[in-house]
Each structure stands twice: as structure tokens, then as C-alpha cells.
Design a protein around this ligand. Structure first.
Ligand code: AP5
Ligand code: MG
Length: 217
């Protein structure tokens, strides 16, 4: 069973790898960032609550985020594995997920952590373009779509995320080091942790991840 957490700082390549992993292993991609952005686009009550927080680079409350993930992980399509991207992001979220796993019969069994130095994160995020429909990520110089401005996966017009600006990114990085990086120790302690160097290039990184997932299957 592949019940996976994919973690790493903003711009590490979580979304990029996630799309390839779900296509190869046929498990659902649960990205809390994508779920919040979808709620914002639809103007739901959740979206209205989350909009200003996300655009400024802050973290949505643990209570809201845990509730959202609990509901999503309980869906039937998660029975044969899942890939969490961007959750958990704080120790209380990790504790809640640990408690929730056995309750819903779907405990996490692998944590993949992709590390990338800050200067490279800034470079990646400032050149990123994303698909508002399927969430795929591109880069204006490194990972161009086949047709400029258009998503290869679903054909939608690419956009720049509202939180991909210098000020919000500074806050996102601060939050990462203060709240999310402590999860490395947490998952090392649980014996679930696997580290990956995110600087090796997206194809080589995917090959390394696939090898780890196949060994765990
Ligand atoms: P979220 O959407 O999760 O954003 P994030 O963690 O900041 O990560 P990103 O999506 O920016 O980066 P990524 O690692 O997916 O990189 P990507 O593959 O796109 O969260 C957004 C917000 O939602 C949060 O700030 C928070 O407000 C809220 N939120 C979400 N979850 C929450 C939670 N659990 N609790 C509280 N709040 C929450 O790649 C980046 C760029 O690099 C792209 O241009 C790509 O083409 C390029 N690239 C990728 N891989 C490579 C490579 N190997 N080499 C060169 N370039 C590469
Ligand atoms: Mg992402």
C-alpha cells in the first residue's frame, strides 16, 4: 500500500513530482494548496476564509486544514493508497494525521522529503507558471510547456499564482523553517522518512522516487 506524504519547501517540486507519481501509481493526489485554490476560485465559504491568508503566504489554521484532509482521505478512492502534497505542514497537523490514520484505516507508511536550497527556490518560484484547471506546474525557462502559455495535460491557459511574489515567498519560507521543517525529526522518529536531493533534475528525481516506492510496495 502506498499511503504517502510528499514534503519539501515551497518550490521544491512537490507538485511536479506528484503529477508523475499519480500517473505512474494510480493513486489520488491530495494537495491542500490545490484544494484551497479551487475553493477560492469557486468563492465557497472556505475559499473566502482562506484567500487573504494564502495570497500573503500565511498558513491556514490547523483546524480547518485537518478537517478538510480528514474528509478527503475518507473518500473511497483513497482506499488503495494516496499521495498527500503540502499536508501535514505543522506538528499539530502531523499528530492529527497520525491519530486519524488508524481511525479511517489508512495510516501513512512513507514520507518523501525533497530538499532544495533557498536561492534555487526563489528562482523556481519566480519563473513558475501553473495550470488553474489541473494544477500542473511549468517554468518559463526550465520546464516550458509544448505550446507557450498552454497546459500540456489539459489545454487550459497558464497563469502565475497570486502567492508567487517576493513578499509572500519570504513569508512562506519563514513558515516552512519554523513550522514544517520540524516534521523531518518527527517522521525520522516514526521510521517513515526518506530524503531526496531536489537539485538532481526532475527526471532523475522521479526515477529515485519510483525506486523507493517500488521497494515499499
Ligand atoms: P501549496 O500549494 O502547497 O504551496 P507550497 O508548499 O508553497 O509549494 P508550491 O506549490 O509553491 O511548490 P511545489 O513544491 O509544488 O513546486 P512545483 O512542483 O510547483 O500551498 C499554498 C498555500 O496554501 C500555503 O502557503 C498555505 O497558505 C496554504 N496551505 C496549503 N497546505 C496547507 C496546510 N497543510 N496547512 C496550512 N496551510 C496550507 O515546482 C516549482 C517550480 O520549479 C515550477 O516552476 C517547476 O516547473 C520547477 N521545477 C520543479 N522541479 C524542478 C527541478 N527538479 N528542477 C528545476 N525546476 C523544477
Ligand atoms: Mg505545489
Amino acid at each position: 500500500m502506498l499511503n504517502i506524504i510528499l514534503m519539501g519547501p515551497p518550490g521544491a517540486g512537490k507538485g511536479t513530482q506528484a503529477k508523475k507519481i499519480i500517473d505512474a501509481f494510480h493513486i489520488p493526489h491530495i494537495s491542500t494548496g490545490d484544494m484551497f485554490r479551487e475553493a477560492i476560485a469557486k468563492g465557497t465559504p472556505l475559499g473566502l476564509q482562506a484567500k487573504a491568508i494564502i495570497e500573503s503566504g500565511g498558513l491556514v489554521s490547523d483546524e480547518i486544514t485537518v478537517g478538510l484532509v480528514r474528509e478527503r482521505l475518507s473518500q473511497p478512492d483513497c482506499a488503495n493508497g494516496y499521495l498527500l502534497d503540502g499536508f501535514p505542514r505543522t506538528i499539530p497537523q502531523a499528530e492529527a494525521l497520525k491519530a486519524m490514520g488508524p481511525e479511517i484505516g489508512r495510516p501513512v507508511n512513507l514520507v518523501l522529503d525533497v530538499s532544495v536550497p533557498d536561492e534555487e527556490l526563489v528562482r523556481r518560484i519566480s519563473g513558475r507558471r501553473v495550470c488553474p484547471k489541473c494544477g500542473a506546474s511549468y517554468h518559463i525557462t526550465d520546464m516550458k510547456p509544448a505550446k507557450e502559455g498552454t497546459c500540456d495535460r489539459c489545454g487550459a491557459e497558464l497563469i502565475q499564482r497570486k502567492d508567487d511574489n517576493a513578499e509572500s515567498l519570504k513569508t512562506r519560507l519563514e513558515n516552512y523553517y519554523a513550522s514544517t521543517a520540524p516534521l523531518i525529526d518527527f517522521y525520522q522518529g516514526e521510521g517513515l522518512y526518506h530524503h531526496f536531493d531536489g537539485m538532481v533534475g526532475h527526471v532523475a528525481l522521479f526515477d529515485q522516487i519510483v525506486a523507493t516506492l517500488k521497494a515499499a510496495q
